[in-house]
Write a protein that binds this ligand. Structure first.
Ligand SMILES: Cc1cc2nc3c(=O)[nH]c(=O)nc-3n(C[C@H](O)[C@H](O)[C@H](O)COP(=O)(O)OP(=O)(O)OC[C@H]3O[C@@H](n4cnc5c(N)ncnc54)[C@H](O)[C@@H]3O)c2cc1C
Length: 378
């Protein structure tokens, strides 16, 4: 495939999302089935290997382009978009911090052999505090022996390769963390049952249990002790732009559906669109969505040109976009009245999906604390 402009890539994403993803989004939400068909369609279009694809296939995926593609996917199916963002975090981490062996092995496999990636940071006792991680990786000869438990991992059990944050030095706090690539078939790795979540239902969130898993030393990303930095750069400095784009996509979809519904729903012979109260809700939805989108694009542009600002801008855009999407989808249900509270209406799913983004990656409370501390220098 030849080199495409950003606008051509966005249009391609719109076409795949509209024609291939949107028609099944409600079904996969209801069935809680992992959307392999969607992933396949995105792969065929060259839109799934974001990050790695740029060298191999001629795409230019910076954060701005990444956000535009993810936004369009999320408008159709937020679960698929979240799986895509989790995957791209791993591809970016390999590109930025992989050993020569990892860089030679995984990018071609990801592109051509349908390998899916996921990242595993969260543990039952760590919340959004990665410094509290206890999953232990002990060096023994040519391998790390990994023991511990990860929780709520998107794509767990489905993905082929996991970027796990592990503790290589118990004495060093957050400096004692490292990032390891762990393959699904590694003996000793097992998966729990999928959590029955409120939204983002087809993303297969499961527990991962590591029992004496032998992981080759070449699967270390960066150096020992680099884990916090690697996760910060790949998850916050890249993935948060995808997370924000999912929220913007959900809100755009909710706004469009609400405008349509307000013109179609008539009461006593008049569409509800004529009421100022309904117009006010629509206005707030439009302005909220556009404000979040403007912040996302501004933050992404800054991060693309000055990568050292990627983390702080990632925190800001993720906080604003995720909260905006919950507000907008909540209003969408109000515009739809009782219908919006029923499974038959898409806005019901959009609200449930939006809510998960205020928790995933980092909760709003942690984001607020991180942003304030950065501003105060404490
Ligand atoms: C849909 C979904 C997908 C996910 N996918 C992944 C994945 O792929 N990989 C992965 O690693 N993780 C994943 N997670 C886990 C996610 O990162 C955690 O849910 C998140 O970090 C919050 O942790 P917790 O659920 O344990 O909440 P808790 O930490 O128990 O938080 C509960 C409440 O306490 C507040 N709180 C906790 N500590 C503090 C503090 N120090 N100061 C102020 N407030 C505090 C929180 O903000 C929150 O309001 C996913 C979660 C969701 C919902």
């Amino acid at each position: 495939m030849g080199k495409l402009s950003v606008e051509e890539i966005r249009k391609l994403a719109v076409r795949i999302a509209t024609e291939k993803l949107a028609p099944h989004a409600s079904d996969i939400d209801t069935n809680r089935s992992f959307p392999w068909e969607n992933i396949c369609e995105l792969r065929k279009a060259g839109l799934f290997g974001l990050g790695i694809a740029e060298k191999e296939e001629g795409f230019e995926f910076d954060r701005v382009c990444f956000a535009l593609v993810v936004r369009e996917i999320a408008k159709a199916c937020a679960s698929t978009a979240l799986i895509q963002v989790s995957h791209s975090i791993v591809t970016k981490a390999i590109e930025w911090s992989g050993s020569e062996a990892a860089k030679n092995k995984w990018p071609p496999e990801i592109l051509r052999k349908k390998v899916l990636g996921a990242f595993a940071v969260h543990e039952p006792d760590c919340g959004s505090n990665a410094g509290a991680i206890t999953t232990r990786a002990k060096k023994e000869g040519e391998a790390y022996i990994v023991n511990g438990l990860k929780f709520f991992i998107t794509s767990a059990g489905e993905a082929d390769i996991y970027m796990a944050l592990v503790r290589t030095d118990p004495e060093k706090g957050s400096q004692g963390l490292s990032a390891l690539l762990i393959e699904k078939e590694t003996p000793g790795l097992s998966f729990g049952l999928p959590e029955t979540k409120m939204g983002l239902t087809s993303t297969s969130s499961r527990e991962m249990s590591f029992n004496d898993c032998r992981v080759p030393l070449e699967n270390l990303l960066g150096r020992e002790g680099d884990g916090t930095q690697i996760i910060g750069r790949a998850v916050i400095g890249w993935g948060f732009y995808g997370a924000s784009a999912i929220s913007v996509g959900i809100a755009k979809s909710a706004t469009e559906l609400s405008i349509k519904h307000s013109k179609e729903r008539t009461i006593a012979g008049h569409p509800i669109a004529v009421h100022q109260a309904v117009q006010f809700m629509i206005t707030d939805m439009i302005v909220g969505t556009e404000a979040a989108e403007a912040l996302l694009m501004d933050c992404a542009t800054k991060a693309d040109s000055s990568p050292d600002t990627a983390v702080i801008n990632g925190l800001k855009t993720k906080l604003f976009a995720s909260e905006m999407a919950v507000d907008v989808t909540n209003k969408a249900i109000q515009v739809h009245g009782g219908h919006g509270y029923c499974r038959d209406y898409i806005v019901e799913r959009l609200f449930r999906d939006a809510r998960g983004l205020m928790l995933h990656f980092k909760t709003s409370e942690w984001l607020r604390q991180d942003i304030a501390k950065a501003a105060m220098g404490i």
